[in-house]
Design a binder for this molecule. Structure first.
Ligand SMILES: C[S@@+](CC[C@H](N)C(=O)[O-])C[C@H]1O[C@@H](n2cnc3c(N)ncnc32)[C@H](O)[C@@H]1O
Length: 294
């Protein structure tokens, strides 16, 4: 996930999630989705019902991407600590194609993974979540998924880099401050931030999982202008929080960035990674893709 502002109340506000959804869906790896489809079809060949669990679901963007692409028979449970998001998810997701049952659960992810991830879960997934979690949480998740032989798909984890065009002298300074902020305490231990996707691979490989990763960069131009504005504001605020003595420098950068958005056709690239971990080799023979084993 890219947002640096985990401290800000508005961070996961619905409009942020709505603004990012088209960019997220365009960026995600379809190769990893295909691999997951093949794994599910091998595991439930008769299109039996299978259990999907979406952690940190927000308003359900991850499910809106996956449901039409996965085989029918999906029983979804969506988990978040924000009741407003769950209400929206309920409204927006339960009639999606391929869904045979749908439930939401209000829960903090830190509260016992054994409870959060029921024994019958086939696939644990999450989008724009992993970079918020701590190393301990990720280890516990890997142990729990392994215990019940669940597949795991985490998409859109911020990988620590962005490229802005045209460039500004202080882009690199902002990037360094944002990445430090990403690795700061987010309420349940130091967040993994840009290291999350790789740590995820490293948590699953020793358990015998087959792990694949693929890039899922945002490429934002004029049609996603509002998302760019929100990103720049967030980054400037994160930089000011990391370097309080240089808050004016962050502010000056933001003013220049927003002016460039108005004056020229600017482009924003934000780099993410998707990670898929499969507990057996049913889906490891080649697909025609760029997804690579980690
Ligand atoms: C960046 S949003 C991503 C939402 C959604 N997966 C998407 O792709 O649009 C992160 C989500 O994780 C939820 N979240 C963050 N920390 C959480 C925690 N400790 N327990 C439960 N949910 C959490 C937030 O409420 C938010 O909905």
């Amino acid at each position: 996930m890219v947002e640096p502002l985990a401290h800000r109340a508005s961070l996961f506000a619905g409009d942020w999630l709505a603004n990012r959804e088209p960019a997220d869906h365009a960026a995600r790896s379809s190769d990893l989705t295909q691999r997951l489809v093949r794994w599910i079809m091998t595991r439930s060949p008769q299109a039996e019902v299978y259990q999907m669990l979406d952690l940190g679901c927000g308003t359900g963007s991850n499910m809106r991407y996956l449901a039409p692409r996965l085989p029918g028979g999906q029983a979804w449970t969506l988990v978040d600590h924000d009741p407003g998001h769950l209400e929206a998810a309920d409204r927006l997701c339960k009639e999606l194609p391929g869904v045979s049952s749908f439930a939401t659960r209000l829960q903090r992810l830190e509260e016992g993974l054994g409870v959060a991830i029921p024994d019958e879960t086939d696939v644990v997934t999450g989008s724009a979540l992993l970079d918020l979690v701590s190393g301990d949480w990720l280890e516990n998740l890997a142990a729990r998924a392994d215990e019940i032989s669940a597949a795991v798909l985490f998409t859109l984890s911020y990988s620590g880099d962005f490229l802005l065009s045209p460039m500004l002298e202080d882009d690199g300074w902002i990037l360094r401050a944002v990445n430090e902020h990403q690795r700061s305490e987010k309420g349940s231990g130091r967040a993994l931030g840009p290291d999350a996707w790789f740590q995820c691979a490293q948590a699953f490989e020793p358990r015998g999982y087959h792990v694949f990763s693929a890039p899922s960069a945002w490429v934002l131009g004029e049609p996603l202008r509002n998302l760019q504005v929100q990103l720049f504001e967030g980054w400037a605020e994160a930089a000011a929080e990391q370097r309080p003595n240089e808050a004016g420098r962050a502010d000056a950068w933001l003013t220049q960035r927003l002016k460039l958005l108005d004056d020229v056709a600017s482009e924003t690239r934000v780099f993410h990674q998707d990670v898929l971990a499969l507990p057996d080799d049913a889906a490891t023979s080649p697909v025609k893709d760029g997804a690579r084993p980690v």
